[in-house]
Each structure stands twice: as structure tokens, then as C-alpha cells.
Design a protein around this ligand. Structure first.
Ligand code: SF4
Length: 334
């Protein structure tokens, strides 16, 4: 059985260093994620190697718009989430009690399956993959060794140590950003210390040169004020530039029309790429409006772009299409 390696010790307890909770666990205690437990002198990842879902499909299904458009990927998910507010109502956030639903799929088989089915890459999604760090890291290493692209859909609550282990093998991140205030984060996720998520995203881009896209599920009356939306746009623009794609979608049970209003407001805030949840959105060159990626009912075609530059006006379009990470443009301090 595998044990959690990202652990530090206090005099009487063990501290898990996988996510930003940094839980201190006494004998037989569970972490806040409910999928790690102290047993004896170790912390056991209870959902290690278990999958909740696995499917082949277009990369767009996982929220990416500028990361290998047209690619078919193998998407896998495990069990567990670092966000307590998700445990009761989100699929895959808690390990099922029924042992029959606890299916195992080891790293080699995940990568082999992706290769056999000619999937361009592997995307970790469904639960929050950060919480299944050990199997995520092992599979990601093998995937990169097997020339597959790697991407993750996550709330970004990983510790710096966990991110730094994944960084060399991680190509793309779809960061689910739940808001830009303590009140929104607390209501939507159950955490209060949310700013570490921003620092992690910045490190992933500037230190590890990961491709970043952001998705915000809008929960009516919680994270939809103009002030909050403007704060997110300001952070994206100020930290990374206006080229980072931002997807604004309705949260579960939220009003689709209200989300449309939020999206329209976001479009006035100086970012180049604002998307929603429609499968048919076109990506347009920010310089001249030329269609560079067309999407029609599940079919995606890159039509007006060469070497990440618009065929019409030669403006650079933020599109990741190469397996090789570009040289880092800037750094953040360690
Ligand atoms: S993964 Fe996070 S929530 Fe789970 S035990 Fe470790 S620090 Fe706590």
C-alpha cells in the first residue's frame, strides 16, 4: 500500500503537505478531504489508484479552448476534493461506500489505453485531481514519457510542494476559480484562505510554464457582482496579461440568463478571450476578429492560424499546440 510522501512531522502528529489545508493528523484521524487517513506512522491515500470515471472525448469537453484544440483526449477522474462544501453534493468528491464502485486503474494501463486509442493526451478531471496526488504524479510522468500531453481541471488548492512535483510533467491547467472574495470562497467551497490558489496559478505559469485557462462557475447572488467580476479580470490581466482565456458558466442550479449578463460585463473588461459553456463558440483573433478556431456541435477545426499567429493579420494568438514547453518568459521567486 502506498503512503503519502509529502508529510512533515510535529512532535506528536503528522502533517499532510499535499494541499493547502496542511492537515495535522493524530492517530486514526482523517484529513479534511476525507480520502487520507493517519494509520500508525503514515498517512494513507485511501483513493490511491481508484477511478471514478474514464472516457475518450474532445478536449473542449474539459473546458479548454486554447490548449490543443481538435485533440481527442483520454479523461480520467478519481475520488476526493479538498473543498468541504463539495463533499455532500458533488459527484466524485467522496469515496463511495459500496466497494463494487471502487474501480482500480493503474498508471501504466491509463497511459497504454490512451496510446492504443490514439488519444493525444490525458486530462485529469471529475473529482479534484490534486487530492489524488500520488497516482496523478505517477500517471503524468508516464504520460509525458509516452509523448501524451497532460492537462488538469482543478480548483488549484495544491501545496507548493505538490505543484513542484507535478510541474515538470504538467502542460495545461483549467483552473476553476470560484470567485475573488473570502465570502464567495467560503460559501462555494468551504475554505477561507483562498489567495494561495492565485499564488499557485502564478507559479504554474511563470515557473513551470504551464498553459493556463480559467473557468468561473457563476452562482447567482454569490460571486456575480460587478465588483467581484472586475476583480477577477483585473487579476488575470495584471498577473498574466489579457490573453488568458476566461470561461464564465452557470454554476449548478444557477440562472443561465444571469450568467449571460455577467459574461457580457466581462467582455468589457479588456480581456481578449471570454467564453461560455456553448459547444459552438468560435475563437477569434484579438487583432482583427478573424475566425481562427471554429467549433460546431462537437467538431473543432483550427482554420486560420499558423505557428500561433493569425493568418489574416499575423497577430499572436494564445494557443498551445506543441508538446514542447516554450522557454520560460518570466519567473516567480521560489
Ligand atoms: S490532501 Fe489536503 S485535506 Fe487531505 S489530508 Fe492532505 S492536507 Fe488534508
Amino acid at each position: 500500500m502506498r503512503v503519502t510522501e509529502l508529510v512533515s512531522r510535529t512532535e506528536t502528529a503528522l502533517r499532510c503537505e499535499v494541499c493547502q489545508w496542511r492537515c495535522i493528523l493524530q492517530a486514526n484521524e482523517y484529513g479534511r478531504c476525507m480520502v487520507r487517513k493517519r494509520e500508525g506512522d503514515a498517512i494513507i491515500p485511501l483513493s490511491d489508484g481508484l477511478i471514478s470515471a474514464a472516457t475518450i472525448g474532445p478536449i473542449e469537453d474539459y473546458g479548454f479552448r486554447h490548449f490543443f484544440p481538435e485533440a481527442m483526449v483520454f479523461a480520467v477522474g478519481g475520488w476526493g476534493s479538498p473543498f468541504p462544501a463539495h463533499h455532500d453534493h458533488m459527484h466524485h468528491a467522496q469515496l463511495p461506500d459500496d466497494p463494487a464502485k471502487r474501480r482500480a486503474l493503474d498508471a501504466e494501463r491509463v497511459v497504454k489505453f490512451a496510446q492504443e486509442r490514439l488519444a493525444r493526451g490525458i486530462i485529469w478531471s471529475y473529482n479534484d485531481p490534486v487530492i489524488t496526488h500520488e497516482s496523478l504524479l505517477e500517471t503524468m510522468r508516464l504520460a509525458r514519457a509516452g509523448s501524451r500531453i497532460t492537462g488538469i481541471v482543478t480548483g488549484g488548492f495544491w501545496s507548493k510542494a505538490a505543484l513542484d512535483q507535478l510541474g515538470p510533467y504538467l502542460d495545461g491547467i483549467n483552473l476553476i476559480l470560484h470567485g475573488f472574495s473570502t465570502s464567495s470562497y467560503y460559501k462555494l467551497t468551504g475554505i477561507e484562505e483562498w489567495r494561495g490558489i492565485l499564488a499557485g496559478a502564478e507559479r504554474a505559469v511563470k515557473h513551470w510554464n504551464c498553459h493556463l485557462e480559467i473557468t468561473t462557475p457563476i452562482a447567482t447572488g454569490i460571486n456575480d457582482s460587478n465588483t467581484e467580476i472586475e476583480a477577477i479580470a483585473g487579476w488575470i490581466k495584471g498577473t498574466f496579461g489579457p490573453h488568458i482565456p476566461w470561461r464564465i458558466i452557470p454554476a449548478q442550479d444557477s440562472d443561465t440568463n444571469a450568467t449571460l449578463g455577467v459574461r457580457q460585463h466581462a467582455q468589457t473588461l479588456g480581456l481578449h478571450f471570454i467564453y461560455g459553456s456553448e459547444a459552438s463558440e468560435t475563437t477569434r483573433c484579438p487583432g482583427c476578429g478573424w475566425a481562427v478556431v471554429e467549433r460546431h456541435t462537437g467538431q473543432t477545426r483550427v482554420v486560420g492560424i499558423t505557428d500561433a499567429h493569425c493568418d489574416n493579420c499575423n497577430a499572436e494568438v494564445y494557443l498551445r499546440t506543441s508538446l514542447f514547453k516554450k522557454r520560460n518568459a518570466s519567473k516567480v521567486h521560489d
